[in-house]
Design a protein around this ligand. Structure first.
Ligand SMILES: NC(=O)c1ccc[n+]([C@@H]2O[C@H](COP(=O)([O-])OP(=O)(O)OC[C@H]3O[C@@H](n4cnc5c(N)ncnc54)[C@H](O)[C@@H]3O)[C@@H](O)[C@H]2O)c1
Length: 252
């Protein structure tokens, strides 16, 4: 019988940023589909609530700051020694960074911090998982980019740069590993109903929604469904691509 490509049983999936929002919804969905989830996040509280909810073992949750390069490499090495092959990596870690601040007023520390988490973290995770994915001749990597990386939001330079650079990174790396059974893709959502937007002013939210032809925010489950495809065996002939999830705002 042909195996359902959306079934994740006997697969180990690393989900970074799994403590809340899109990452958590993805961890819940992939757990439901049979994956062994290894959750990474900086929030120990969020991790411990996910651990209880999904009955994860201690070695399936790791508190980590993605801006710490050594921590990223040692955590992935630990996951490999505990669980063996990593079949897929979904990276949903991200911070907004400075917002509503024009370029001439942004502090370099804040700029750098946003890049360290959103961009360098994504690069280090990718570097860490690729060697063993090559050895296993199989791997799926999915990073959360953003519509901001395609279109640019005013007053949010560090975030825009982190996400557009991520899109460029994915395009090139995907070609490096295309013949090894590994796909590397990104996903660019418009505004999604998560904690990330908890402090966004009503006026800004209204403006963002007005640009979405569907006239509403996206929901985490809609994003998780797309990530589940990108992390699955079914995503076998698409690589280096940035998928859209913007309710029609971006059609490219
Ligand atoms: N929510 C949106 O509107 C939206 C739109 C487009 C793209 N995105 C992107 O999707 C991803 C997930 O967004 P979300 O809305 O679920 O956000 P969220 O804030 O709900 O979740 C982000 C997760 O990343 C973790 N995190 C933050 N800094 C970290 C660090 N230094 N090390 C490790 N973990 C860290 C947080 O603890 C949290 O669990 C982000 O990359 C975001 O940029 C979100």
């Amino acid at each position: 019988m042909r195996k359902n490509p959306a079934d994740f049983s006997e697969q180990t999936l690393v989900i970074a940023g799994a403590a809340q929002g899109i990452g958590k919804a993805t961890a819940q969905l992939l757990h439901e589909r049979g994956a062994r989830i290894v959750a990474l996040d900086i929030s120990s509280e969020g991790l411990s609530s996910l651990q209880t909810e999904l009955s994860l073992d201690k070695n399936q949750v790791h508190q980590i700051n993605l801006a710490d390069q050594d921590a990223v490499f040692s955590t992935i090495a630990r996951v490999q020694s505990d669980h063996g092959q990593i079949h897929a990596l979904v990276n949903s870690v991200g911070i907004v960074g400075p917002s509503g601040i024009n370029i001439e007023n942004i502090s370099w520390n804040d700029f750098e911090k946003t890049l360290a988490i959103n961009l360098f973290g994504a690069i280090w995770l990718t570097q860490a998982v690729i060697p063993s994915m090559k050895e296993n001749a199989y791997g799926r990597i999915a990073h959360l980019a953003s519509i901001a990386g395609k279109e640019g939001n005013p007053g949010m330079s560090p975030y825009n740069v982190s996400k557009s650079a991520m899109i460029g990174f994915v395009k090139g790396v995907a070609k490096e590993v295309a013949s090894f059974g590994i796909t590397v893709n990104a996903l660019a959502p418009a505004v999604i109903n998560t904690h990330m937007n908890a402090n966004t002013s009503e006026e800004t939210l209204k403006y963002m929604i007005s640009r979405i032809p569907m006239g509403r925010l996206g929901e985490v489950d809609e994003i998780a469904q797309m990530l589940a495809f990108m992390a699955s065996k079914a995503c076998s002939f698409t690589t280096g691509f940035t998928f859209d999830a913007s309710g029609g705002r971006a059609t490219y």
